[in-house]
Write a protein that binds this ligand. Structure first.
Ligand code: GA4
Length: 329
């Protein structure tokens, strides 16, 4: 039986490490996509943090700004209108409820299915706007450009890992059947209660291969470091933040780390983030890549299809470790 539903967003957070703390904080790796030397740093970032920031990303600013303003228009509209695009089952407009298993956050969001392809009208979008085409176009332009950049990153990673086919990872995102998802999160300002920060989006890892986030300049995102402390990620609206997902951790047999992250609500400013989750086709088999393993290296995970993983993930609580059931022992 499931644990009782709890209002996790009203729970005070564990203390975030800040600069007053005596231990030295690491800095977030910055990957310059315009430099070919980035490959080495990229692999190192995926191993050490499972997280990095991308500059000179090549995604046109006009696509980013257009989608941001369309999204703000949507979230500023009356609740009754937004609710026409909900509840998320799993796609659509959501408000505080996250997933189907009793998780909550101080957040509103839109979850969109990208499997429908760029020319397909998204049913979630078509119900809410006076001009759905405009929103749909903004999503398509943005996602197409971000996906291209993401595939570039995945190909650089495959290169640096000396994998024979440099498209082993990227081909899963480029497949027509790729089960990729797009999410826009809107975090309204949340007054601090009794000096405690509130949870916008609770700690979790992402199930897919890779996640690519762009936010406005409001802080909130934090990643969990190996030493167990949370590190605040300074926002940067001109860059993208990328994290390794569970599936990439499996395919690299644990070399790359699917990083735990969360969002803490801001007491003064609203935060808007747009996240592209690159996932494989549902029937894709996910397992450690033999060419990445030493001859005597044991596989840490049993093989599973993305469908099986997804099914199990969507039955889990947000903070659960979703990979344990697939570990070999
Ligand atoms: C986390 C990453 C993505 O936002 C997401 C989330 C999904 C959802 O919001 O429906 C999940 C969460 C995410 C993992 C565990 C389950 C499913 C909420 C939840 C409690 C869209 C995804 O793919 O997995």
């Amino acid at each position: 039986s499931k644990p009782p539903v709890e209002l996790s967003f009203l729970k005070p957070c564990k203390q975030t490490n800040n600069n007053h703390h005596p231990i030295k904080l690491p800095t977030i790796p910055i990957i310059d996509l315009s430099k070919s030397e980035s490959k080495h740093l990229l692999v190192k970032a995926c191993q050490d943090f499972g997280f990095f920031k991308v500059v000179n990303h090549g995604v046109p600013l006009k696509f980013i700004n257009k989608l941001e303003s369309e999204a703000m228009k949507f979230f500023s509209s009356p609740l009754s209108l937004k609710q026409k695009a909900g509840p998320p089952d799993p796609f659509g407009y959501g408000n505080k409820h996250l997933g189907q298993n009793g998780d909550f956050g101080w957040v509103e969001y839109l979850l969109l299915n990208l499997k429908l392809g760029p020319d397909h009208k998204n049913p979630t979008i078509s119900v809410f706007e006076d001009n759905p085409e405009e929103f749909q176009c903004a999503v398509n332009d943005y996602v197409t450009a971000v996906k291209k950049m993401t595939c570039e990153i995945l190909e650089l990673l495959a290169d640096e890992l000396k994998l024979q086919a440099r498209n082993v990872f990227s081909k899963m995102l480029l497949d027509e059947q790729s089960d990729s998802v797009f999410r826009v999160n809107y975090y309204p300002p949340c007054p601090e209660i009794q000096e405690q920060e509130m949870i916008g989006f609770g700690e979790h890892t992402d199930p897919q291969i890779i996640s690519v986030l762009r936010s406005n300049n409001t802080s909130g995102l934090e990643i969990l470091l190996k030493n167990g402390s949370w590190m605040a990620v300074p926002p940067d609206s001109n860059s993208f933040f990328v994290n390794v997902g569970d599936s990439l951790q499996v395919m690299t047999n644990g070399r790359f780390k699917s990083v735990k992250h969360r969002v803490v609500a801001n007491s003064l400013k609203s935060r808007l983030s747009m996240i592209y989750f690159g996932g494989p086709p549902l029937n894709e088999k996910i397992a450690p890549l033999p060419s990445l393993m030493e001859s005597d290296e044991a596989s840490l995970y049993k093989e599973f299809t993305w469908f099986e993983y997804k099914k199990s993930a969507f039955n889990s609580r947000l903070s659960d470790n979703r990979l344990v059931v697939f570990e070999t022992n």
